[in-house]
Design a protein around this ligand. Structure first.
Ligand code: AMP
Length: 610
């Protein structure tokens, strides 16, 4: 389905865009120039993320500028200026030093979005330890798995999280030497240390040691379809990509108030919810609470957020909540909105325009890429539903895998509008450098000098990229390869549908046929008539071979903690297959109880493919 292109009026930009002439900037771009915008450690001692994000601002006129504005769940607000952040992170680095923790050792974080999380992460990076933030909602098993794969020697957590999730598995973590409790004042669990006491006793001065830009700084775990999570390793050099992409794709300027809603347990919450804004000297909002419609609108209003980076799942929740919570708000400070993590359906892009007077700018990247690779930029037109165009400095191809395991190859697709796998030319600074303990798995991501993303996409004649689905989720029906996104974007264009997840289910004739799960806007009843209409709507736009054979109306869809619909779980439940690694599942998922919502097979709706 194609939607009208959104053109922008340059007079509407409140500040001159960082990226105006896309083609020219792309032609002239060099990573060396991007690197030159950073300071590097004094005396040529290398490049350290924490120096760029904290110390260099603390030493200059930005010392009193708020680095982090923390909004506590209970309404308290704490501002941490760059100067104070420098001292606190120095204290944390000194605590590690005092404990004998060495450069390269792994420090795991299990905390909600509280200031200590940011202080520990940046302090550990100062000390050249390798940081791995975990979602605080993880249960003991995902924690154990990650700390085992990462040989974590330090864990920073809260008393409650430790007692509930770690104490019972501590004896299974032989590498874990120190547990630092951030709120130990009222009593410490046995075998742990009180971080506040250690910080108070530590010096607020710390000189960062020589840091090779290729030294590891972060590990982010990403779920595999089966088995164990993979620990993608990122190095200090990544900050070069974090900063330039935040300038180009998020249009961050020094005076912005920036809110990235992601948790640092997901790579977005680290690259853009911590490193990029701080490294650019921008004030960032950190909200401790989870999504809540009223709260989110009041944050945008009261904090005068200028640039907002969020995810499609949150945008769809705001859409679902209707206009009422928003209409009386003064959201005039907002000047740029971006989204990542999942396909941003065209209606959501356009909703942004209607609700905020600003379209939502989709961008694409992965844990492995470390930073935004494809984006819709502020000064360029938006083709709703498209991920946009490659970042300057990023070479992208649409590829088909050729050969076999022994002679793997790729064939690049030059013609427009042919689907294939999204491939990136390695060499950008934030590219992952390995998967912990899985060197073969890492090596298998590369073929003929390309990094293959396992995402399917097509490129139109003007270079805009359109997402079609994960390679693992692709549906093969009667000789067609169907990307679930094609089906879902049509279903979500229907006015009753908020979200959709499409999977392939076996069919004796077609191989597979499409089955879709949808959620409806509140108050809309899943009548047979509406389902018939939805089938007709999909069939008219997709054709009988691609339209879903069956549509199930669910109360909700299974999602990851970063908001991605877990199609693989929908499929496993449907077919009784192994469910694989579910450690990032947001909440237990039960298939919709019978009778709770509607379902329609072709017979019921009379709309199956012919
Ligand atoms: P993660 O590594 O958890 O950040 O997940 C990365 C995956 O999320 C990508 O490989 C895509 O499958 C999906 N993804 C991220 N951004 C987008 C986007 N803008 N459109 C469609 N899919 C996306």
């Amino acid at each position: 389905m194609s939607w009208p292109t959104l053109h922008k009026d340059p007079a509407s930009f409140r500040v001159p865009p960082n990226l105006e002439a896309y083609e020219t900037v792309r032609e002239r771009f060099s990573w060396d120039d991007a690197r030159a915008a950073l300071d590097g450690l004094p005396d040529g001692a290398g490049l350290n993320i924490a120096h760029e994000a904290v110390d260099r601002h603390a030493a200059g006129p930005n010392a009193d500028r708020t680095a982090i504005r923390w909004l506590a769940k209970d309404g308290r607000v704490r501002d941490v200026p760059f100067g104070e952040l420098a001292a606190l992170t120095a204290r944390f680095a000194n605590v590690l030093q005092g404990l004998g923790v060495e450069a390269g050792e792994r420090v795991f974080l299990l905390l909600g979005r509280v200031p200590s999380l940011y202080i520990a992460a940046l302090g550990a990076i100062k000390h050249r330890a390798v940081v791995s933030p975990m979602f605080s909602a993880f249960g003991p098993e995902p924690i154990r798995q990650r700390m085992e794969i990462g040989s974590g020697s330090v864990l920073v957590t809260s008393r409650r999280l430790y007692e509930r999730k770690v104490a019972g598995i501590r004896d299974q973590l032989p590498s874990l030497k120190h547990v630092l409790i951030v709120d130990g004042a009222d009593g410490l669990p046995p075998g742990t240390l009180d971080l506040e006491v250690l910080l108070d006793a530590a010096s607020p001065d710390y000189r960062i040691g020589p840091t090779d830009p290729e030294d590891p700084a972060l590990v982010h775990f990403t779920s595999g379809t089966t088995g164990k999570p993979k620990g993608a390793v990122h190095v200090h050099e990544a900050v070069v990509a974090h900063t330039i992409t935040a300038r180009f794709a998020l249009d961050l300027h020094p005076d912005d108030t920036f809110w990235c809603t992601a948790d640092p347990g997901w790579v977005t919450g680290t690259s853009y919810g911590m490193i990029a804004p701080l490294a650019l000297g921008v004030t960032m909002i950190v909200d401790e609470a989870e999504y809540d419609t009223e709260r989110w609108y009041s944050i945008l209003e009261e904090q005068r957020v200028t640039v907002w980076y969020t995810a499609p799942t949150a945008i769809r929740m705001l859409m679902r909540a209707g206009d009422e919570p928003r209409v009386d708000r003064d959201l005039s400070a907002l000047r740029f909105i971006a989204s990542v993590g999942e396909p941003l359906n065209a209606p959501a892009v356009i909703w942004g325009q209607e609700a905020f007077g600003l379209p939502i700018h989709d961008n694409w990247w992965q844990t492995e890429t470390g930073a935004i690779m494809i984006a819709n930029f502020i000064a360029t037109e938006i083709r709703p539903g498209s991920m946009g165009r490659p970042m300057p400095g990023i070479e992208i191809a649409i590829a088909h895998r050729t050969g076999d395991d022994e002679h793997p190859g790729v064939e690049l697709v030059e013609e427009p509008d042919v689907e294939g796998e999204l491939a990136l030319r390695p060499g950008w600074p934030s590219m992952f450098r390995t998967y912990l303990d899985m060197p073969e798995r890492y090596a298998s991501c590369f073929r003929d000098g390309w990094y293959l993303t396992r995402d399917l996409a097509r490129r139109d004649a003007d270079g805009y990229l359109w997402f079609l689905g994960r390679a693992d989720d692709v549906i093969q029906s009667a000789g067609h390869l169907i990307g679930p996104t094609e089906v879902e974007s049509v279903l979500t264009a229907h006015e009753a549908v908020v979200e959709a997840g499409a999977i392939g289910v076996p069919d004796p004739v077609a191989g597979e046929v499409v089955k879709a799960f949808v959620t409806f806007y509140p108050g809309i009843e899943a009548t047979d008539e509406l389902l018939r209409e939805l089938h007709g709507f999909a069939r008219k736009r997709l054709g009988p071979a691609v339209a879903p054979r069956e549509i199930v109306v669910a109360e909700r869809l299974p999602k990851t903690r970063s908001g991605k619909i877990m199609r693989r779980l929908l499929k496993a439940r449907e077919l009784g297959l192994p469910e694989g690694d579910l450690s990032t599942l947001e909440a237990p998922y039960d298939a919709t109880p019978p009778g709770a919502a509607g379902t329609s097979a072709p017979d019921a709706a009379g709309e199956g493919p012919s």
